[in-house]
Design a protein around this ligand. Sequence first.
Ligand code: KG4
Ligand code: ZN
Length: 359
Amino acid sequence: MQLILAVETSCDDTSVAVVRHDGFVLSLCSAHQDLVHRPFGGIVPEIASRNHTEQLLPLIERALSEARVGWDSIDGLAVTSRPGLIGSLIVGLVTVKTLALAKNLPFVGVNHLEAHLLAPFLSDKDHSPPKTFDFPYLALAISGGHTHLYEVRALNDYWVLGQTVDDAAGEAFDKFAKMVGLGFPGGVQVDRLAQQGDPRAFEFPRPKSREENFDFSFSGLKTAAQRMVQQMDPLEVKNHLADLCASYQEAIVDSLLSKLKRAVEKVPKSGDSSPWSVVLTGGVSANSRLREAARLWAEDRGVHLVVPPPRFCTDNAAMVGYAGIQRLRRGEASQQDLAPSPRLYEGDFHYTSLSPRRR
Ligand code: KG4
Ligand code: ZN
């Protein structure tokens, strides 16, 4: 098992990659749907699945051609089978099952969150992970759908230390952007405007950041912002937009980093006494203020910080390919009766008493 072709269609990105067993990405071809969902101010599941059906087969052809390999070089297939939008997952899974039959190849359904956690092992012609990087590590997976803090002990040994009890961090960015009249998805626009603003201009709450756990909460922050914006007249909001963005973003960054810092201090690391390696992954890890604040803290505390390049952090098939090929090499191929699931499976993660499994 050397080369795998992987498909990701769990949300609104259609993505196909050809990945080698050691994590080297030969090709990664993605089609984003931001423009088609923008008029609705959020992802419309029906439109997302229809777009996947249109994009997927041409992307598979392109991924093979960019990797300069034919089907005879592909040893297996991987596809995100959970969690995600059910209609979107079905498109990827049915396509991969059909290819597995037609090409007589094994395939495996992959947990999308496991794939995010393994993204730091990916490499390509422009990027290699730090040579010393390996298990165990702490990982903050932050995107439009999830905000989870994990202890990654080894392959298939993932512990949920904490998670959001309401909105995801990306959702908090997107809802705020909508509130102040920026387009969808808003995180990147808030990030851009915040660079010209003062993060201390407005005061926003940091819910949960003083609690003795590793959980997050962003709905109170969103409500506080809503109240603040409603009390200002539209011109005032426009004139203070950069300061509002910077202050709101700072509250998210503080909330995320306070729990990450607590984990580095409180979670015992087995094996040796060296500091934790810490990984940021998911779309929100592209945020420039978060990256900068994390970098300064890591330098100060001697923490080994690894942030994969944005193409491996946002939803992409390369990470699915890497997670999939590890499973296929362990003999864990899926069967044709595999069903997509909007939720995780019982055994996907281990939970602690501080952060029990939530549905
Ligand atoms: O991982 P991702 O591409 O898709 C999933 O949601 O799984 O993450 C998308 C999220 C969106 O909420 C988007 O607004 C946010 O990541 N995002 C950002 C930035 N770039 C993307 N949030 C803050 N700053 C950014 N630069
Ligand atoms: Zn994701």
